[in-house]
Design a protein around this ligand. Structure first.
Ligand SMILES: Nc1ncnc2c1ncn2[C@@H]1O[C@H](COP(=O)(O)OP(=O)(O)O)[C@@H](O)[C@H]1O
Ligand SMILES: [Mg+2]
Length: 384
């Protein structure tokens, strides 16, 4: 990097009462990842968020050349080099930050030259802003929009279908009574009633998805809810399936609707058990923990109560070693009616996502076809 000079710019000094040695703490507190690159191309400073974004420790980052650090991210190298070449002008761009692990994070990068008072160039500062939460919000807004449209159609259809369905069921029941002595005909009536019940159930689910019943909010112990759901679901387990729990007993309550959260857990557990069905050694592990993932913590700012502060979030991880999900299907998982099962409705995840979002949380999924799947449910803890 060539040494550059610049006309002196006004110096920025902290207000009188602000201790100058606090700048370190300020940089460490930022939600943006900050890297400082010296004239030698070496990283001379990286804050905590920068470490989290790259998945590298302070020791691994310090002194390393940016060319090596960002070798998997040519677009970042390009921005840095353009800033250097453009002599004192700031350069910015957006792209995927590929870390050491397979996953990547969408980020906005601003790269600015640093100059001393006398204009000597001291290197560059990179500011990386994590866009994943913004993307999630945009997707959630799109989903809301689709659901709102679905809601209008569903409410109309439900109204038209509900009464005739009840009529058909009543008539089938009568028939069944009259056909007591003709068992094979009575069986047809039973089939009619069962199918009508299935349709009514489907209608209920579509209505849940498209309307927003108010949350019966109260402090909820998620371990209690998970245990109750598991008690019922365990009955459907085959001898080849195992469910393990790893609960952190010190976790606080979440603020929410117990019945609705129970529905979310039931959907995720059912899906996992279906994914490991028929697999020898099929296993589902449910673990609870405090979430330390910083970009999830921001979701608290979006809560309807609206105070933009970081709240604590807990996570429930449903890990199965089942069939896994193909990468091209991952993006469609939460779309209503998306299913790969012959008898699936494709509504379980859409409803779950909606309920968790209403609680100010989010669901994320990671999957490896043939290896297994993890669903992470993040929920803000109750504030006392
Ligand atoms: N744990 C899992 N493992 C593998 N695939 C899953 C898992 N959970 C969900 N899926 C996939 O997501 C799809 C949608 O799930 P869902 O909305 O619950 O609808 P349904 O279960 O009725 O198909 C499923 O059909 C399946 O392909
Ligand atoms: Mg399901």
């Amino acid at each position: 990097m060539a040494l550059r000079t610049k006309k002196s710019s006004p110096s920025i000094s902290p207000p009188a009462r602000f201790p100058a040695d606090s700048w370190d703490y300020i940089l460490e507190s930022l939600e943006e990842g900050i890297f400082v690159i010296a004239e030698t191309d070496a990283i001379v400073y990286a804050n905590q968020t920068a470490e989290q974004l790259t998945g590298l420790s302070h020791a691994q980052l310090h002194g390393r050349s940016y060319l090596e650090l960002f070798s998997a991210n040519p677009w970042i190298v390009d921005i840095i080099q353009r800033t250097t070449a453009a002599d004192n002008s700031r350069t910015a761009g957006e792209g995927e930050l590929r870390g050491r692990m397979a996953h990547s994070t969408p980020v906005r990068l601003t790269c600015s030259p640093i100059s001393s008072n006398n204009g000597t160039s001291l290197g560059l500062v990179l500011v990386l802003h994590d866009l994943s939460y913004q993307r999630e919000l945009a997707e959630a807004a799109q989903r809301e929009d689709r659901l709102a449209h679905l809601g209008v159609v569903a409410a109309g259809l439900a109204h038209e279908i509900k009464n005739p369905l009840a009529g058909i069921r009543g008539a089938a029941q009568l028939l069944q009574g009259r056909l007591r002595h003709d068992s094979s005909s009575a069986e047809y009536a039973t089939v009619m009633m069962r199918e009508v019940d299935r349709l009514s159930g489907l209608l209920e689910q579509v209505l849940t998805l498209s309307s927003s019943p108010p949350l019966e909010s109260q402090p909820v112990n998620i371990h209690k809810v998970l245990t109750e759901v598991l008690l019922l679901e365990r009955e459907t387990l085959s001898p080849h399936q195992r469910v393990q729990t790893r609960f952190d007993p010190s976790l606080p309550d979440v603020e929410g609707d117990e019945a609705q959260l129970g529905q979310v857990f039931r959907n995720l557990i059912k899906n996992a058990l279906q994914a490991i069905a028929g697999r020898r050694g099929g296993e589902l592990t449910i673990a609870t923990r405090m979430a330390t993932n910083f970009h999830v913590l921001r979701s608290e700012a979006q809560k309807p109560s609206g105070t933009a502060r970081r709240g604590r979030v807990l996570a429930i991880d449903f890990t199965d070693n089942g069939s896994g999900i193909a990468p091209e299907q991952l993006a469609r998982l939460f779309t209503p009616f998306f299913t790969t099962k012959t008898k699936g409705t494709g509504l379980g995840l859409a409803i779950s996502q909606k309920i968790v979002a209403q609680h100010g949380g989010t669901i994320r999924v990671e999957s490896n076809p043939g290896v297994g799947t993890v669903f992470h449910v993040y929920l803000p803890v109750a504030t006392v």
